[in-house]
Design a binder for this molecule. Structure first.
Ligand code: GAL
Length: 724
């Protein structure tokens, strides 16, 4: 902790302007309107670093009172090591990037394109990033970042350009997008409403009329029918509070209205629409296996002067209208829209989210003056750094946002977080800080499942046009060229440090001891408990965070044709003749990544991959093998950490003290060093050669070898009784 922050009265050494509270600019990036200025008054307030108290789980009405404390941190001496060494996040963490249709696709005709000539920047979205014509390339960009998830929105105006007319090409395009993503091992997350809607619906009154909701729900049904077999994650409405306040209070988003009455109406209908959409989709085929949630922007409000009751009152008011009434609505089913006096029950609203999407950008310092037209910079604390949007970078606020939503008792996903930063000098640090805060929240027991960086690439930033750049990729809006920024490299490096290496499955072996069943069929394809054992192996690896698998199918490779696996990108490699385990690996060397996890296609070995990989990395080993000391026989000698000898054929087992249990981590350079053409056995060649060098990872978890009829039977029994 920097003492500077703990001294009372140090906060306002500068002259400040008084913020007039309603805001301009995207509230996703909220920008205050200001009128007039006043000399600074010394502010005393509290800065602390200790853990926040546990909120009361039954306290659904107040939503984490702890968030009222404005905590700051001295980041200068922050230690980000765990982000880089891959220990900050759990292996199943969802690493993502996010976009929205209108901001990237180009060529859209909707409420926004109609509004653009009247918008603050008056810039037209026009061709945007031309993503509509560059889909495949852009999916490649996502893949290059190494992320596992991608959040995009579906442009209703393309899919249903006229009421009841479905555009087959557009439907096909989104379906192809999903296939492209899955083929690269990236899980799609689809948003059904991200600020835009078709003009025909807008002209009917959009969300101003309750009876219009049904049309949007019809569109949602259509998309769910089309994609829910492949898309597990769905967001209903993106940032309803932003849509309502920007469109109907500040007039900066379409329809550009300033009316509290309409704000209440639209807010009410947004919540009704969300609830109806959720209930309808949940009742459909695939509804239960899909995760459907609302995306809420949490914009924190803090009293500018913490001793001033008027600033507090204003803070409470804005926080209530922008954040809490929406969360309370979700939790209780009764919604009091912003500026409303009474709450109303909304059918199906209570509990209508399988997760809560949190979009977080900043906090705003509030004072009780109402807006005027003069716009200057929002207030910030003296040590805070302004983003290009002029609001401050305030990473600790992300933790406060989590605390605000935690009493919903839902998994939390950061569906957006990012920064407008033209020259990319702030974004790498922005990423580190927000990820650090997220990792700490997880360590403190909060159920944060994923993080989607906003945004994949620079794009059309609504009322700000192309002036605010949020991308990990720079986009040249003339040539449409995309270039990875340093921040993109930073994000990719953190993701990579937390990602499982490629999985390689030796799946071509035929069973000599299983009789006629596997004379011509690889053992890995024998069904156990309703599925080929290979599927059980892939399921396990997926649960351990592996997204990419290379399956070495041997010389009966045609039997694997057309095989796909949920959540994984599979590559197959076959040989024309039997090559043994070593020859198969050697032959596929072009397809191997620098480091890979090798498993046997006829063994199920349900171990925790993470400690194995961590040990491998920390010991800088050429190969790390898993060794069990609980097997009935032994085939190697080890001294706890290092392999001393390997011999699976010896009769003299007196010195042997372990058994190679299957899963190993291998550097590709190790294969290149020990490999050769022709037929050879990996384990019998490489392991003895690596004596004294290969690391040993002790894990006594039982492995299930189905190479014999008895083995097959006991694996069947095991899978019958256990859910992996
Ligand atoms: C969010 C919005 C995004 C993006 C972002 C950056 O509110 O959902 O579309 O514009 O803000 O300001």
């Amino acid at each position: 902790m920097n003492n500077r922050f703990t001294q009372r009265g140090e906060a306002s050494r500068q002259e400040h302007h008084i913020v007039r509270i309603w805001c301009s600019g995207n509230i996703g990036g909220f920008q205050p309107l200001v009128a007039g200025s006043t000399p600074a008054i010394r502010t005393s307030y509290h800065v602390h670093s200790e853990r926040m108290p546990e909120p009361n789980p039954h306290d659904t009405a107040s939503f984490g009172k702890v968030v009222w404390t404005e905590e700051h941190r001295d980041w200068e001496n922050a230690d980000f090591t765990s982000l880089k060494d891959g220990t900050a996040f759990p292996k199943e963490f969802m690493w993502g990037v996010a976009t929205a249709s209108h901001q990237i696709e180009g060529g859209n005709t909707n409420n926004w394109s109609a509004f653009e000539p009247r918008s603050k920047s008056q810039q037209l979205s026009g061709e945007a990033c031309d993503h509509w014509n560059r889909r495949t390339q852009d999916v490649g960009l996502i893949k290059d970042l190494g992320v596992s998830h991608y959040r995009f929105s579906i442009e209703w105006s393309r899919v249903e350009p006229q009421q009841g007319e479905w555009n087959q090409d557009a439907l096909q395009w989104y379906s192809d997008l999903v296939d492209d993503l899955l083929a690269r091992g990236i899980q799609p997350m689809a948003t059904l409403h991200h600020f835009t809607q078709p003009l025909w619906w807008d002209e009917m009154g959009g969300f101003e009329r309750e009876e219009n909701i049904t049309h949007w729900v019809q569109f949602s049904i259509k998309m769910f029918e089309l994609l829910s077999d492949r898309v597990e994650w769905w967001c209903t409405i993106n940032e309803p509070a932003v849509y309502a306040s920007m469109g109907y209070v500040l007039g900066e988003f379409p329809p550009g209205v300033r009316s509290f009455k309409k704000t209440r109406l639209v807010s009410m209908n947004l919540m009704r629409a969300h609830a109806r959409c959720y209930r309808t989709l949940k009742a459909m085929e695939n509804g239960n296996r899909c995760q459907i949630g609302l995306v809420k922007n949490i914009n924190l409000f803090d009293p500018y002067r913490r001793w001033n009751p008027l600033h507090w009152m204003q803070t409470k008011l804005l926080d209530g209208m922008f954040n809490r009434c929406w969360l309370k609505g979700l939790a209780t089913g009764r919604f009091k829209p912003p500026s409303g006096l009474f709450s109303k029950r909304i059918d199906g609203l209570k509990g209508s989210s399988d997760f809560i999407g949190v979009n977080y950008y900043t906090h705003l310092l509030t004072t009780p003056f109402m807006p005027t037209k003069v716009e200057i910079d929002p207030l910030i604390r003296p040590w805070e750094q302004r983003t290009d949007f002029r609001y401050p970078m305030y990473a600790v606020g992300l933790r406060r946002a989590f605390d605000m939503v935690r009493n919903l008792n839902l998994p939390i996903i950061v569906t957006e977080n990012g920064v407008a930063d033209d020259d990319d000098d702030m974004r790498p640090e922005h990423i580190r800080r927000h990820l650090q805060i997220t990792a700490e929240a997880i360590a403190d027991g909060l159920d944060v499942r994923g993080f989607y960086h906003w945004s994949l690439m620079d794009n059309f930033e609504w009322a700000e046009g192309y002036d605010q750049r949020f991308g990990l990729y720079h986009v040249d809006f003339t040539t449409k060229e995309r270039t990875l920024k340093d921040s993109g490299k930073e994000y990719a490096a953190i993701v990579k440090a937390h990602s499982m290496p490629q999985l390689v499955v030796m799946a071509g072996g035929l069973g000599t001891r299983l009789g006629s069943i596997t004379e011509k069929h690889p053992k890995s394809l024998i069904e156990v408990n309703g599925n080929p054992i290979l599927r059980h192996i892939l399921d396990w690896a997926r649960s351990q965070g592996c997204m990419h698998a290379l399956v070495l199918t041997g010389h009966h490779g045609e039997q694997f044709e057309g095989m796909t696996h949920p959540g994984m990108c599979l590559t197959f490699h076959r040989e024309d003749e039997p090559l043994g385990t070593g020859g198969a690996l050697w032959n596929a060397r072009e397809l191997l990544e620098e480091r890979f996890i090798l498993v046997w296609g006829d063994d199920l070995h349900p171990i925790d991959f993470q400690p194995l990989v961590m040990q491998h990395i920390s010991e800088n080993a050429p190969l790390t093998m898993t060794v069990t000391e609980s097997h009935s026989s032994s085939n190697l000698e080890h001294d706890g950490n290092v392999l001393l000898a390997y011999d699976k054929r010896t009769k003299d087992t007196s010195k042997l003290n372990g058994y190679e249990a299957g899963t190993s981590v291998i550097e590709k350079s190790t294969l290149l060093k020990h490999g050769k053409d022709g037929k050879w056995s990996w384990e019998e060649t490489a392991y003895p050669a690596l004596a004294g060098q290969a690391a040993v990872h002790i894990d006594n978890t039982k492995f299930w070898d189905m190479g014999t009829p008895e083995g097959l039977a006991s694996l069947e029994e095991f899978l019958n009784e256990t859910t992996l």
